[in-house]
Design a protein around this ligand. Structure first.
Ligand SMILES: *[C@@H]1O[C@H](CO)[C@@H](O)[C@H](O)[C@H]1NC(C)=O
Ligand SMILES: *[C@@H]1O[C@H](CO)[C@@H](O)[C@H](O)[C@H]1NC(C)=O
Ligand SMILES: *[C@@H]1O[C@H](CO)[C@@H](O)[C@H](O)[C@H]1NC(C)=O
Length: 283
């Protein structure tokens, strides 16, 4: 019937008019995991008659066609980001517009996959006994790396005193003599692992006298040895005084055990011996 034919024509006409102007994105953007230094390609396949202008945005900011960071192909349906770096992380959208009706838009994200890197290495340090030590280990990587620490090439034991903070920093409370040694951090994720530079922690202890020289009664003309035992790091040096005067060359009546004397600390200690000999330690 003629009426049926008219309806068909009308439908074709309507269909054509309604479908032609609106650009359609056939291939939607996807979230992409890209390794550092690799190329990222977003594909945004558009169906449109007349052909659509395709523009791209990164984090809602338009990407300029002349921006050397990006390349486009296939009339803008492909966006290529060569040698992806950290700053390329973000949301990318393509927008297709042919001047008729509303534009079409599709968005996807670029997620940088990155092997662990150490951004800030720890450095050598010297700590006073009983103080608090902080060894930084700032890492980069995606997925975010787990950080562990080695001391003298053995896995460090976590305790109340020794902790690893968020972001990998090693914190040691109440530093002990046995904390001295070589440290390095290890950053690890599913893509690999990396070590920091090894660093040395030295633990200093203030000079301290362990044993003061004992008072001794000796026969005139005989030989006497006065001992002074002390510890400290660095190893303290000492001076002996006799009646307030530095003894540079001991009198024949006195012998000084130099080996033991060298172990003495900086803290002053005065001890009398028979014959009014005085021992005192000094820096
Ligand atoms: C990235 O693209 C460049 C050309 O733009 C090519 O030379 C290089 O081989 C590509 N790199 C990778 C990892 O595909
Ligand atoms: C850290 O200490 C070690 C050994 O004490 C030394 O070999 C190294 O050069 C030091 N590193 C720095 C950066 O000073
Ligand atoms: C010094 O004192 C320490 C600790 O009491 C002791 O182990 C060491 O043998 C002493 N050294 C001397 C030379 O007396």
């Amino acid at each position: 019937a003629p009426q049926g034919k008219n309806t068909d024509l009308l439908l074709v006409f309507l269909f054509g008019c309604l479908s032609c102007p609106a650009p359609r994105i056939i291939t939607l953007l996807e979230t992409m995991d890209i390794l550092l230094g690799h190329n990222a390609t977003f594909i945004c396949e558009v169906e449109s008659r007349p052909p659509a202008d395709i523009t791209w945005t990164k984090n809602n900011q338009p990407i300029m066609y002349y921006d050397p960071r990006y390349r486009t192909r296939e009339q803008g349906q492909m966006l290529i980001i060569p040698h992806v770096r950290e700053s390329d992380n973000g949301e990318y959208c393509c927008i297709a517009n042919n001047g008729i009706g509303e534009g079409a838009k599709s968005c996807g994200a670029l997620q940088l996959k990155m092997k662990p890197q150490i951004k800030r290495h720890p450095s050598n340090l010297t700590q006073l006994l009983g103080s608090k030590a902080v060894l930084p280990c700032v890492t980069l990587g995606n997925p975010r790396p787990d950080v562990t620490w080695l001391k003298d090439d053995e896995m460090i034991k976590i305790s109340d005193r020794v902790t690893i903070l968020d972001y990998g920093t090693l914190k040691i409370h109440n530093v002990q003599k046995e904390d001295a040694g070589q440290y390095r951090c290890v950053a690890r994720n599913s893509l690999g692992l990396t070590f920091s530079r090894p660093v040395t922690m030295e633990v200093q202890a203030p000079a301290r006298i362990l044993q003061v020289p004992k008072e001794k009664r000796v026969a005139f003309g005989s030989q006497v040895t006065l001992e002074c035992n002390a510890t400290g790091n660095p190893v303290p040096t000492i001076t002996w005084l006799e009646n307030g005067n530095t003894v540079s060359t001991p009198t024949p009546a006195l012998s000084f055990d130099r080996t033991k004397a060298l172990r003495c600390s900086l803290a002053p200690s005065i001890c009398s011996t028979a014959g009014s000999h005085t021992a005192q330690q000094r820096r």
